[in-house]
Design a protein around this ligand. Structure first.
Ligand code: SAM
Length: 457
C-alpha cells in the first residue's frame, strides 16, 4: 500500500523507534467490526445466534470484531437493525462520552449515524438525543440508519452548528464532536483517503474543527461534557485543535481518559499543547485491534455562564379526520397504542411521537421530530418503516416470519412478491422473530413495502 511520502516522513519523525510497528500495522488488513443493538436484544442473545465468528472489543461491551471474513452487511439481521457495522476504534467515543438514560445529548457532526446509534443504545431510548450534520445527503442516509435502529428519543437536524448554538444555547448535558478530519486512520481501508491527503488538507481540517468547536462549546451546559474525536493521527488536528480550544474557552478543562485497553496518552509535545492535553488518548493501529482514533474529554466548569435555554415544544395532536384514520390503522394492526395521544404531533403529512422534553425547533431544518409513526395519504394512514422497527413482533396483530437463511427474507428485502395465506391488510415481516418491515397482503400475495434503500445494503 502506497502512503503519501510527506505523511510517512512526519510519522517516522514523530514515532521514532515505534514507527516500524506502526508502518507494519498499516500494511495489514482493516478490521471488520459490528456493535450489537441492545435496544432489540442482549449482547448474550446476539452472541448465541451470531452467524459470524466474533471476538469481543475490550472497550465496548456490545462491540465485536468479525474474524471469519464474512460480510455482515449483507445479512437480514443487519436489515432488522440487530447491529451496526463499525470498526472497533470508532466504538470508543460514545463509550467515553458515556451518556446516561434521561440526559440531553447532542451528536453535532453525526452522519451517517454510527456513533448516534451507539449513543442511542447507551441511553436506552430515555432522554433526548439530537443528531445533526451539515450535509443533506449524509443526513438522509443517517435517517435511514436511525429508522432501522429503532431509537424513539431522537431529533435529526441538518443545521449549521452556529444556528444550533444561537437557538438552543447551553441545553445539552453531553455533546459529541466527531469532527471532519484528514482521515489518516482510514488509510488502511480507503484508497480515496490516501489520495486526497495533503498537508494543506490537514491545515484546512484543523480550521474547520476550530469553527465547529467554537459553537459546540456554547451548547454544553455548565458542568457538562464535550467529547472531541477524530480518526486521524495529525497532531495539528488532535492535540493542536484541543490546545487552541482550551486557550479560547478557559471554562473547559481536559478530563483524563484512563489509558487502558491499549489506549495511549496523547502527545502534547507534538503540537505545543499544554500538559493537561496528555489526558486525551490516541488509539494506534499497532497497539490495539482498530484503525486509529483520537479522543479528548472536555469538562465545562459548573459556574460557567450559560446561554438561555430554549422554550419547550407544545405538540398539537391530530384531530378530526386524521385522528380517525390513525385510530382505524392502530385498531387493525397493533395490539396497543404505540405512544400516548399527548405526545403525537403532525408535521406536514407526517405523524410523529415526540420525545419527552423536546424544545421548540421552529425555524430549524429538522429531518425527524422523534419517532416517525407514519404518513397521512389521501383518506388513509400509511405506517412508517420506523414504526415496525421500534416495536416487537408481539406488538402486531399480523406477522409472517422467515428464518434468516430462507430465500424469502432476501426476496422481501428486494421487494419481490411472496405467496402468503391470510386476511388482507398490513402485515409485519420478521426474520427469526425480529421485524424487518411492512408488507401488504392482498388475496394471498404479500407485497413488500421494504424501503428501496434496504434492498441495497
Ligand atoms: N459521527 C459519524 C459516524 O460515526 O457515523 C461520522 C462523522 S464524520 C467523521 C464527520 C462529519 O462532519 C461528516 O458527516 C460531515 O458532513 C460533517 N461536517 C463537516 N463540517 C461540519 C460542520 N461545520 N458542522 C457539522 N458537521 C460537519
Amino acid at each position: 500500500m502506497e502512503l503519501p511520502p510527506l505523511f510517512v516522513d512526519r510519522m517516522a519523525r514523530l514515532l521514532g523507534d515505534e514507527y516500524a510497528a506502526f508502518r507494519e500495522a498499516l500494511q495489514g488488513r482493516p478490521h471488520v467490526g459490528l456493535r450489537v443493538n441492545t435496544l432489540k436484544l442482549s449482547v448474550e442473545d446476539f452472541a448465541a445466534r451470531s452467524p459470524f465468528a466474533l471476538e469481543p472489543v475490550p472497550w465496548c461491551r456490545a462491540g465485536f470484531r468479525v474474524t471469519d471474513g464474512q460480510r455482515p452487511g449483507k445479512h437480514p439481521y443487519h436489515a432488522a437493525g440487530l447491529y451496526y457495522l463499525q470498526e472497533p476504534s470508532a466504538m470508543a467515543p460514545a463509550e467515553v462520552l458515556a451518556p446516561r438514560p434521561g440526559e440531553r445529548v447532542l451528536d453535532l457532526a453525526a452522519a451517517p449515524g454510527g456513533k448516534t446509534t451507539h449513543l442511542a443504545t447507551l441511553m436506552q431510548n430515555q432522554g433526548l438525543l439530537f443528531a445533526n450534520d451539515v450535509q443533506p445527503k449524509r443526513v438522509h442516509e443517517m435517517t435511514n440508519n436511525l429508522d432501522r435502529w429503532g431509537a424513539t428519543n431522537l431529533a435529526v437536524l441538518t443545521e449549521q452548528p452556529r444556528r444550533l448554538a444561537e437557538r438552543l444555547g447551553a441545553f445539552f448535558d453531553r455533546v459529541l464532536v466527531d469532527a471532519p478530519c484528514s482521515g489518516e486512520g482510514m488509510f488502511r481501508k480507503d484508497a480515496a483517503a490516501r489520495r486526497t491527503w495533503t498537508p494543506n488538507h490537514v491545515a484546512r481540517c484543523a480550521r474547520i474543527q476550530e469553527g465547529i468547536l467554537r459553537h459546540a462549546a456554547r451548547l454544553v451546559r455548565p458542568g457538562g461534557v464535550l467529547l472531541y474525536s477524530t480518526c486521524t493521527f495529525a497532531p495539528e488536528e488532535d492535540e493542536g485543535t484541543i490546545a487552541r480550544f482550551l486557550k479560547a474557552y478557559p471554562d473547559f478543562s481536559v478530563e483524563p481518559i484512563p489509558a487502558e485497553h491499549g489506549f495511549a496518552p496523547a502527545r502534547p509535545e507534538w503540537a505545543d499543547a499544554p500538559e493537561e492535553v496528555r489526558g486525551a488518548v490516541r488509539l494506534w493501529p499497532h497497539k490495539l485491534p482498530g484503525e486509529g482514533h483520537f479522543l479528548a474529554r472536555l469538562h465545562r466548569d459548573e459556574d460557567a455562564a450559560p446561554l438561555p435555554s430554549p422554550r419547550p415544544f407544545r405538540p398539537r395532536p391530530p384531530g378530526g379526520e386524521l385522528w380517525a384514520q390513525y385510530r382505524d390503522f392502530v385498531a387493525q394492526t397493533l395490539r396497543e397504542e404505540p405512544a400516548p395521544r399527548h405526545r403525537l404531533a403532525v408535521f406536514g403529512n407526517r405523524l410523529y411521537a415526540l420525545p419527552e422534553g423536546l424544545p421548540d425547533l421552529a425555524g430549524l431544518r429538522v429531518a425527524r421530530f422523534g419517532w416517525w409513526l407514519g404518513t397521512f395519504k389521501t383518506g388513509r394512514f400509511e405506517p412508517a418503516h420506523a414504526l415496525a422497527l421500534v416495536l416487537r413482533a408481539a406488538d402486531f396483530h399480523h406477522t409472517v416470519d422467515f428464518p434468516a437463511d430462507a430465500p424469502e427474507a432476501l426476496a422481501y428485502l428486494r421487494r419481490q412478491p411472496l405467496a402468503s395465506a391470510g386476511s388482507n391488510g398490513w402485515v409485519v415481516v420478521t426474520v427469526d422473530g425480529f421485524p424487518l418491515g411492512w408488507a401488504k397482503r392482498v388475496h394471498g400475495v404479500l407485497k413488500s413495502r421494504a424501503p428501496r434503500w434496504l434492498g441495497r445494503i
